[in-house]
Design a protein around this ligand. Structure first.
Ligand SMILES: [Zn+2]
Length: 278
């Protein structure tokens, strides 16, 4: 494929019956973003970015794919839908709040179109409280914060948890301004209570000892929130707090025209009450 915002072919790994399809977006030949879709039975969980859709389709033609189930609407999770609906006749199921977004997908800001591509609209059916995937019954758990429509999928016998974009990495420092840290921490607490064994993360893949991973992820933000609020009480500005606690902005802020930034995280933590409650 070409190198401008394009994708290499997917990298395939498995955990038990779950197949990970890892896709990498590149800009000027450099990898800038990783996202994974997963296959369980005949169902994909999420479908990667629009730019990866041709390589996802080529791979899907070698398997039996009949359905896509979504965790949330973001373009790096739903971008394969339109092509797979057109070419393979797959059905799309999504959280109730995701369905209307998919049916009339909003025009993305330029940097998102460049990196991931603009999704085409598709018709989707709303998920209920449970969903059957590959012979396993999953609970559909609302987990707002990263986006308002976000859900996680939990299989209580195997204790697998598809976390969509709720986990991402042990330390998440870049936030979009629309993300709600307080809600996101509440969602992390909800998932910790399920005591998952394995996290199936859209960015970090299969994560063993899922409960400990979620606890560490939550603790990082909780302790950061305490430090942020302490420095605010001392009269420091959000910008100075950012410099002191998490350092300079990185390339992601530049690439996203200021949309993904550390200052968004600091501002969001400032609005949290102590311990993220409230
Ligand atoms: Zn997302």
């Amino acid at each position: 494929m070409t190198d401008n915002g394009a994708q290499r072919g997917p990298r395939i790994t498995t955990f038990g019956p779950i197949t990970r399809i890892a896709m990498t977006a590149t800009l000027a030949g450099r990898p800038i973003h990783h996202v994974s879709a997963y296959l369980l039975g005949d169902t994909l969980i999420d479908s990667g970015a629009p730019r990866a859709a041709p390589s996802l389709l080529a791979w899907a033609r070698t398997r039996t794919v009949r359905r896509i189930v979504h965790t949330h609407h973001h373009e790096d999770h739903t971008g394969g839908d339109a092509l797979l609906v057109d070419q393979l006749g797959v059905a799309v199921e999504a959280p109730p709040r995701t369905v209307p977004i998919l049916e009339a997908f909003y025009r993305l800001p330029l940097y998102r179109r460049l990196i991931w591509g603009q999704p085409r609209s598709v018709i989707a059916s709303p998920l209920g409280g449970h969903v059957e995937i590959g012979g396993f019954r999953f609970q559909v758990i609302p987990t707002p914060g990263h986006s308002a429509d976000h859900v996680a999928l939990f299989q209580p016998d195997e204790r697998w948890l598809f976390t969509g974009d709720l986990y991402i990495a042990p330390r998440v420092l870049y936030l979009r301004p629309v993300e709600d840290v307080r809600e996101e921490m509440e969602s992390l607490r909800r998932l910790i209570r399920l005591k998952p064994r394995i996290l199936v993360c859209s960015h970090s893949g299969f994560i063993p000892d899922g409960t400990a991973a979620l606890e560490a992820r939550l603790r990082h933000w909780e302790s950061l929130a305490e430090k942020v609020q302490e420095l605010a009480r001392q009269g420091l500005s959000a910008r100075r707090i950012r410099r002191k606690l998490v350092g300079r902005e990185g390339v992601m802020r530049l690439l996203s025209a200021g949309n993904f930034s550390k200052i968004n995280l600091i501002r969001s933590l400032l609005e949290c009450r102590r311990g993220g409650q409230g």
